[in-house]
Design a protein around this ligand. Structure first.
Ligand code: C2E
Ligand code: MG
Ligand code: MG
Ligand code: MG
Length: 311
C-alpha cells in the first residue's frame, strides 16, 4: 500500500509530507488497476468505438457522427472514458490508444462506404451533397506527438477515405494551452483536408485572437450550457453569444447534450446549426448506427413521399 500511496503522490505531481487516508489508498489502487489493465487493452481487443449521430438543426437531417471510445476490461468490466482517458493521458498510453481510434474510425468509414450505408458515400444524383462526417476526439498528448500527421495521412490513404469525411475534435482548453505550438499542427491537419472542431467550447479560456487564427470549421457548445439553458437565462445568453461568435468567424455551431425537445427549440431559435444528444440518439455500436441510418432514410423517404401527395 505504501507503494500505491507513493504512486498517487507522483501521479498527482505532489511532494512533501502527506497523510494517506484509507479512501485515498482505495482511489490510488483503483487508478493503478485501471492503468495496469489499460496497458494491454488495445492488444487484448478490449476497446471499441460507439458512434453518436449529429443532427441538422431541424432534428431530421443527419450531418455525421462522433466516435466515442468504450472499454470493456476483462478484469474491471466496463470503464467509462471519463475515468480512463485522463489516466491514459497522464501515462502516455493515449498515443497508442488514440492511434487505434484513428485507424478504427477510418476503417469503419471505409466499411460503411463499401456497404452502401446511406449518406456515407456520395450517391448518384446527389453529387453535390457532402457525405456524413465521422469525428474523433484527440488529446493534447496526441496533438504533440511527432508522428500524428503521418498517422492521419496513412489512415486516410490506407482506407481510401475522402479526407473531408474525417473530422477531429479538440477541446478548447487543450487548444488554448500552448496555442502557438498547436497552430502549426492544426494548419497541417487542415492541409490534409481533415475538418477541425473545438470541443467543450465555453469551458476554457479562449483567446479570440487564436480562435480567429485557428483553421477550424466548427464549435461545439459544451453540454453544461445546454443542460442549464432553460432554467438559467445567463446560460442561454452564453449559448447565444457562442453562436454569434461562431457565425462571425464563419464557423458552424453544434450544441452537445441535447436531451429535450424544448432545448432543441431554443437552440433552433438561437440559430444553432447542428444538434447532438440523447434526445436524438445515444452513442451506439457501429452495426446499430448503420441500422439507425437505414431506418432514418426509410423514414425521411416516406415523409417526403407523403408530403408530395395532394391534400
Ligand atoms: P466529449 O467529446 O465532449 O463527448 C461527448 C460526451 O457526452 C460523450 O460521453 C457522450 O456520450 C455524452 N453525451 C452525448 N449526448 C449526451 C446527452 O444528451 N446527455 C448527456 N448527459 N451526455 C451526452 P462519453 O462517451 O462518456 O465520453 C466522455 C469524454 O471522453 C468525451 O467527451 C471525450 O472528452 C472523452 N473521449 C471519448 N472518446 C475519446 C477518444 O477516442 N479519445 C479521446 N482522447 N477522448 C475521448
Ligand atoms: Mg467530442
Ligand atoms: Mg464535448
Ligand atoms: Mg467533454
Amino acid at each position: 500500500l505504501a507503494d500505491v500511496a507513493m504512486y498517487q503522490a507522483k501521479a498527482e505531481g505532489r511532494d512533501g509530507a502527506h497523510f494517506y487516508t484509507p479512501e485515498l489508498n482505495q482511489r490510488a489502487q483503483q487508478r493503478l488497476q485501471i492503468e495496469t489493465q489499460l496497458r494491454h487493452a488495445v492488444a487484448a481487443g478490449e476497446l471499441s468505438l460507439h458512434y453518436q449521430p449529429r443532427m441538422a438543426v431541424d432534428g431530421v437531417g443527419v450531418m455525421g457522427m462522433e466516435a466515442l471510445l468504450r472499454w470493456h476490461s476483462a478484469v474491471l468490466g466496463p470503464v467509462g472514458p471519463d475515468r480512463f482517458v485522463p489516466i491514459a493521458e497522464e501515462t502516455g498510453l493515449i498515443v497508442e490508444i488514440g492511434n487505434w481510434v484513428i485507424d478504427t474510425a477510418c476503417a469503419q468509414i471505409a466499411q460503411w462506404r463499401a456497404a452502401g450505408v446511406p449518406g456515407m458515400a456520395t450517391e448518384p444524383g446527389r453529387e453535390g451533397a457532402q457525405p456524413l462526417t465521422v469525428s474523433v476526439n484527440l488529446s493534447a498528448v496526441q496533438l504533440s506527438a511527432p508522428d500524428l500527421l503521418e498517422r492521419l495521412a496513412e489512415a486516410l490513404r490506407q482506407h481510401a477515405i475522402p479526407p473531408g469525411q474525417l473530422e477531429i475534435e479538440i477541446t478548447e482548453s487543450t487548444l488554448m494551452d500552448h496555442a502557438e505550438v498547436h497552430l502549426r499542427t492544426l494548419h497541417a491537419i487542415r492541409q490534409l483536408g481533415i475538418r477541425l472542431a473545438i470541443d467543450d467550447f465555453g469551458t476554457g479560456y479562449s483567446s479570440l485572437n487564436y480562435l480567429n487564427r485557428f483553421p477550424i470549421d466548427l464549435l461545439k457548445i459544451d453540454r453544461s450550457f445546454v443542460r442549464d439553458m432553460l432554467d438559467d437565462p445567463r446560460d442561454l445568453a452564453i449559448v447565444k453569444a457562442i453562436i454569434g461568435l461562431g457565425h462571425t468567424l464563419d464557423l458552424r455551431v453544434v450544441a452537445e447534450g441535447v436531451e429535450r425537445e424544448l432545448e432543441a427549440q431554443a437552440l433552433r431559435a438561437a440559430g444553432c446549426d447542428e444538434l447532438q444528444g440523447y434526445h436524438y440518439a445515444r452513442p451506439m455500436p457501429a452495426p446499430a448506427l448503420a441500422d439507425w441510418l437505414v431506418g432514418r432514410t426509410a423514414l425521411t423517404a416516406c415523409t417526403a413521399r407523403t408530403d408530395r401527395q395532394p391534400a
